[in-house]
Each structure stands twice: as C-alpha cells, then as structure tokens.
Design a protein around this ligand. Structure first.
Ligand code: 6GU
Length: 296
C-alpha cells in the first residue's frame, strides 16, 4: 500500500518509523511519503492560513497550497505506481487511459476532521483494501471547503473523525488511522490470527470488548491468575473469557450491549448475562438491566 501525507508538521509523523508501521515500511509492505504543505506556498512567509469569510474565531487553511499539493501528490503517486507496473485495482481508476492501456490510478483521500464520519474498525478494514491512500490533516479551523469538493470530483474522499473530542490538528489522527489500517494488511501482523478476536472486529466478537489477560508468574504480589486459565480446559477457558467480555462491555460500553441480539447467545451465555442483571426485553428487542428499569 502507498500512503501520502500532506502536513505542515511532517516531523509530527515520525512515529511512522517505529514499531509495527516502521517494520511494515522496512519490509516494503507500506510505502509512506510525507510532504510539507508549505513547499506549495508561493509567498515569502509561506502562508497556509487566513481569516474565515463570514467572521468568527480562528483561521482557515487557504485553498491554493492544498490544491497544488494534491495535484503534485496525485501526479507523483500515479507515476510511481505506473512505473511499478502496479496493476492493482481497488482505487477508482478515473480518467482516460492516456498512457496506453493502463488506467491512471488515484488515491482515496482521507481527511481527518472532528466533523467526519466515525473512524471505526469497519472503515479501517475498508481502507486497508485500497492500494493508495492520501491523508490531508488540517490545523486551525480546517481546510477551505472548496478543496474537499474539488478533490471529490477527482478521487474518492473520506472525511473521518477518531472520536468525540477535539485535537489541535489532524496529524495524531493520521497516526491512529495508519496504525489501525497497517495492522490489517496481509503479512504485517506476525500472527495472522491475532486480529480475529479483536474488540470491534466484524464477526463473532463484534460489539464485544475483550476481557482481561494474564501472563507468568501465576502469583504476583499476592495476586493469583484466575484458576480456570491454568486448567488446560479449552472449552471452560473460552466460556470464561466470553463472560469476562460480557461484564467488561456492560461496564464500559452499554451502547454496545444495546446492539446485542438474543440469538447470538447460547443457553449458558444467557445465564451469564442474567447473572450480570441483563434480561432480554421482547418488546424493545434489546437487553436491559435492572438499572434501566430504575431510570424509567
Ligand atoms: Cl480527525 N481531527 C481533529 N482535529 N480532532 C479530532 C479528530 C480529528 N477526531 C477527533 N477529534
């Protein structure tokens, strides 16, 4: 996968050289290119922002540097991918196949913004299926809207938020998204199984947080590892882990519990849910706690 990032703080993205993402780059599984937005300014002050039309606080990123930067990234990336003979599809191949038979590739443009759609595991999976991503993290109050609108006529654009809080800029969000995406790429994680039961992975463990984990020694500062984990009884261990996951999800994410469907649980599991105070409400079509009833 090729990744381009245009930012006024390329140094903010240095963690991409470390650990999982750094190794994926070293192995050639990820091809990351950082670009300084200011290199596409034309004034001596290298200005990237200006006051907002209509008034209000803060500054807005000017369209011209972003437009020139995206033009350059598109041209550079398309040339590199064509030279690679990278016929990988997946990204919308827009335009006329001017260079012989090979359609010109475009990236999916990811714009981190607190007003974007939620960046979820599902979106990470979707983006992990693309062969080229470009990220446009903003500082200040955001990028002039026309940049996003014009970009959307040339490539797929995804505006995404990493959570309900406001960062000073999108760079950290890029780190978050790239790490979440990179670990889904084939061959990047050591153990191909290790994201199968991640919290939030679509599939069997969807909408369920992972429970606690333990390693050696079996006793530490007077605290013992739960006995069942030492039993060697795989069925019991799996059941215990699932019950721990139920309790943790109920404690931390009742909104996920509200998505659970009764049919997803066997008899023993329903008993475990009942011990946690969770009962199926036939009328509402969701699990409810005794606390829910008190609230009403
Ligand atoms: Cl993607 N950017 C900024 N600036 N703040 C955020 C965010 C993104 N996601 C949550 N908060």
């Amino acid at each position: 996968m090729r990744i381009d990032v245009v930012t006024i703080f390329p140094e903010y993205l240095e963690p991409l050289n470390v650990s999982l993402v750094g190794k994926a780059r070293a192995r050639g599984q990820l091809d990351v290119h950082l670009h300084d937005l200011r290199s596409w300014t034309t004034d001596v002050h290298r200005t990237v922002d200006d006051t907002p039309y209509g008034g209000g606080p803060g500054m807005v990123m000017k369209p011209e540097p972003w437009g020139a930067a995206l033009d350059a990234v598109l041209a550079e990336g398309a040339e590199a991918l064509a030279a690679d003979g990278d016929a990988a599809v997946g990204d919308a191949a827009v335009g006329d196949a001017a260079d012989g038979d090979v359609a010109v590739q475009v990236p999916t443009l990811v714009v981190p913004t607190p007003s974007g759609r939620p960046f979820t595991q599902e979106l990470a999976q979707e983006l992990a299926g693309r062969s080229w991503l470009a990220f446009a993290p903003a500082r200040y109050e955001g990028i002039d809207r026309r940049v996003i609108e014009e970009a959307a006529t040339r490539m797929p654009v995804v505006e995404a938020s990493i959570g309900d809080y406001v960062l000073a800029g999108g760079e950290v969000a890029v780190l978050v998204m790239v790490e979440a995406i990179a670990r889904l790429l084939p061959g990047v994680l050591g153990n191909a199984e290790s994201h199968r039961d991640d919290s939030f992975a679509p599939g069997a463990m969807a909408d369920l947080l992972e429970g606690p984990v333990y390693t050696k020694p079996a006793e530490w500062r007077g605290r013992e590892v739960p006995e069942v984990l030492l039993s060697g009884h795989h069925g019991k261990i799996a059941r215990w882990r699932r019950e721990q996951a139920f309790a943790r999800t109920l404690a931390h994410r009742p909104d996920l519990v509200a998505r659970w469907q009764q049919g997803a649980f066997d008899k023993k599991e329903r008993e475990a849910l009942s011990v946690l105070g969770l009962r199926w409400d036939e009328e509402q079509g969701r699990f409810r706690t005794t606390a829910d009833a008190v609230e009403e």
